[in-house]
Ligand binder design. Structure first.
Ligand code: NAD
Length: 306
């Protein structure tokens, strides 16, 4: 392996430390940032994410609460909860955990959140501001990736950047951030022709497709920086053995849990070609919650003109 490993966990720890410092500084001014999380239904994965967010808030001194509505909650109930949190001057950040159970339409409820409290950066006002290059709440995962690239000293001005995936939460905001930093950006998706050739042009390749090990060595220019956003459950033991030959820890994890988490990048093959690469786990994952903490403190500050 020749690539440098980009340690997202270490960068996330540094972000959390910075946020904790900002929380202490705000306390001196009588301000105590507060995040409120709305969870609808009882999806086990969402419960885990919400729990992790609450714990992370506590660790840096951010107050947080969870509002758990029943899976059958009506649109009116959810809308009135959002309205109440919007109107509460003591609430700085509101996070609506996705996905919502059917038939609730997530998009419609994200649109109801006060843009000044939209710490996920999903409200159209914040999306628009981001695309205009003006201060906005930036979605947590791409914001964290940009900080990871900056701390690793990756030059973005003039670089060819390729973002694989065009979702609202990762691909599109990532492309906007890279463009604002003067990279020449290409966004790929399921209908991109000759995907490997387009990706091979990248100095910086961000893979956010949600397809296990889609990005092989053939997608990567020698020396490129490869950021793997994907988190994919893989249960196929033969595939895991092919992707991670001799990795007894992975094999043991797979045997114990019945699955293992694999990124969008064939890590071992790509690490032989790339200049730098994020692992899964321990790469992009930890940056997302760190970004949420940062956005919550920023919201507390901005709402008071500090
Ligand atoms: P999504 O399903 O909303 O979007 C995936 C995008 O990739 C789409 O635009 C689609 O066109 C494109 N795509 C899918 N398959 C493709 C293929 N074969 N070829 C070319 N393009 C293809 O997913 P998302 O919400 O953006 O998440 C992407 C991945 O990142 C998922 O694995 C998700 O779990 C992970 N994720 C991780 C974090 C984190 O904190 N690490 C945060 C968000 C998402």
């Amino acid at each position: 392996m020749s690539a440098t490993i980009l340690d997202g966990a270490a960068v996330a720890a540094a972000i959390r430390e910075r946020v904790a410092g900002e929380v202490r500084e705000l306390a001196g001014r009588g301000v105590s940032p507060r995040l409120e999380v709305i969870l609808v239904g009882d999806d086990p994965a969402s419960r885990v994410y919400v729990g992790a967010k609450g714990k992370a808030c506590a660790q840096v001194g951010i107050r947080s609460g969870t509002h758990n509505l029943a899976a059958g909650a009506g649109a009116a109930e959810l809308a009135s909860l959002i309205a109440r949190l919007n109107a509460d001057p003591d609430v700085d950040g509101i996070l609506l955990q996705m996905p919502l159970p059917k038939p609730l339409d997530g998009r419609a409820f994200l649109d109801l959140i006060d843009p000044a409290k939209d710490v996920d950066g999903f409200h159209p006002t914040n999306v628009g501001l981001l695309h205009q290059g003006r201060p906005a709440f930036v979605p947590c995962t791409p914001a964290g990736i940009l900080e990871l690239l900056d701390r690793a000293g990756v030059a973005l001005t003039g670089a060819r950047a390729v973002v694989l995936g065009r979702s609202e939460i990762v691909g599109k905001p990532m492309a906007a951030l890279l463009l604002a930093r003067h990279a020449t950006v290409t966004v790929c998706h399921t209908r991109t022709a000759d995907l490997p050739a387009v990706c091979r042009e990248a100095d910086v390749l961000v893979a956010a497709a949600g397809r296990a090990a889609l990005v092989t060595a053939a997608f990567v220019k020698p020396g490129a920086v490869v950021v793997d956003v994907g988190v994919n459950r893989v249960e196929d033991a033969a595939l895991v053995a092919r992707l991670y030959p001799g990795d007894t820890e992975r094999a043991a994890g797979l045997a114990k849990r019945g699955y293992t988490l694999v990124g969008d990048v064939d890590f071992n093959a790509v690490a032989r070609v790339a200049g730098a690469i994020t692992p899964v786990p321990g790469g992009v994952g930890p940056l997302t919650i760190a970004g949420l903490l940062q956005n919550t403190v920023t919201a507390a500050r901005r709402r008071r003109g500090l």
